[in-house]
Design a protein around this ligand. Structure first.
Ligand code: CP3
Length: 343
């Protein structure tokens, strides 16, 4: 197995800096759009054969150092009684948002073996096919709660914050149900064969450090703390988290994901050099001509300065208008420019 991704997560020496891309499967690939035609995203996630095919599509195109399971953060939540759909061009939509204690008490706790057997089956099948490590994932409880409470994507997360501040007990209940479900879901993925885990708390950056510490961090500690005995690397990622980076680290992951807004060396300093980091090229830069992409990517590498514990990635997911060839050239660039000589 090509293990430089796992080694970098564990702050071990590597022959080249590992690289993979968040949302490396998806609409920017013509072969994805072909499979997607006429199908529902959650239904694709529930088909082990399609999940395997879609996970492998980017791997066939470019020598990335990790695969990420094709699924969605809303897959487990859909099995918890929330009535979630994914609308093309919009994202997750919930018909009956959770707004009261009664709504929250109706959310069922996840039992992975009986409710997401398709995800676990896809992982088992993928392990037979892959020569690179497979990353399993889940959404962070705050990000999942934001979809459930708002009823859809929200820039401000205002109803979520209103609930948090107006009914601490209901919020604690919601975090407990989501947090314990995320933990068992992630553990089940490792038991099925996932070799690393990422928690996408994409919208955690909507919170200030005080609220994050009080309302979210305890649940994140339970999750990362509850994974330690499995011995797999864990990645903690959110967008707009510049002011939260030391708190994301305090949750206890092996790797902290940096978005593109924070210069990598400054972000790493905030995280602490004794923890690995992942990132952080601006995904929008990948829409520019190659010379501009190359210059931005080399800047990221310069800031990483050859330290162990850097996993190259974008600062958020691949955008649908990204030319596939640009990502393939990025993989080669990172591998070529970071090749370590014999020591
Ligand atoms: O990374 C991968 O290649 C694995 C696949 C993956 C998907 N969703 C498939 C998907 C992963 C890791 C996710 C995670 C996810 N889903 C997150 C966290 C990462 C992030 O971007 O912050 C979030 C917030 C979601 C919720 C969600 N699902 C959004 C915002 C969207 C996009 C809506 C749109 O149409 O722009 C989805 C749908 C979705 N999930 C697509 C894919 C490939 C696009 C569906 C389509 O084909 O229309």
């Amino acid at each position: 197995m090509i293990d430089r991704f796992l080694r970098a997560c564990g702050l071990q020496d590597v022959d080249r800096t590992p690289v993979w891309f968040m949302r490396q499967a998806g609409r920017y690939l013509p072969e994805y759009r072909q499979v997607r035609e006429g199908r529902d995203v959650l239904a694709m996630c529930r088909s082990p054969d399609l999940a395997v095919e879609l996970t492998l599509q980017p791997i066939r195109r470019m020598p990335v150092d990790a695969a990420i399971l094709f699924s969605d953060i809303m897959v487990p939540v859909a099995e918890m009684g929330s009535g979630v759909r994914i609308e093309p061009g919009v994202g997750p939509v919930v018909d009956s948002p959770l707004r009261s204690r009664e709504d929250i008490s109706r959310l069922r706790r996840l039992e992975p073996d009986s409710t997401v057997p398709h995800t676990l089956e896809a992982i088992r099948l993928l392990r037979k096919e892959l020569a690179v490590p497979l990353i399993g994932f889940a959404g962070g409880p705050f990000t999942l709660a934001s979809y459930l409470v708002e009823g859809g994507p929200s820039r401000t997360c205002e109803r979520t914050k209103a609930l948090m501040h107006s009914d601490e007990e209901a919020w604690a209940d919601l975090m407990e149900t989501l947090g314990s479900s995320v933990l068992v879901y992630l553990r089940a993925q490792v038991e099925a064969g996932a070799q690393a885990l990422q928690v996408f708390d994409s919208w955690a950056g909507a919170l200030d450090p005080e609220d994050y510490t009080h309302f979210v961090l305890p649940t994140m500690r339970e999750i990362f703390g509850g994974l330690i005995d499995l011995g797999v690397p864990t990645i903690h990622f959110g967008v707009g988290t510049g002011e939260l980076l030391s708190l994301l680290r305090d949750a206890g992951p092996s790797v902290v994901g940096l978005d593109w807004r924070v210069p990598l060396h400054l972000g790493w300093e905030r995280v602490g050099f004794d923890v690995a980091v992942q990132g952080n090229l601006d995904p929008a830069a990948c829409l520019a001509p190659w010379e501009a992409v190359e210059a931005k990517a080399l800047n990221v590498l310069r800031r990483a300065a050859g330290r162990t514990g850097h996993v190259f990635n974008l600062g958020h997911g691949v955008l649908p208008d990204t030319p596939p060839d640009t990502l393939a050239r990025l993989v080669d660039l990172v591998h070529e420019r970071t090749q370590r000589g014999p020591s």
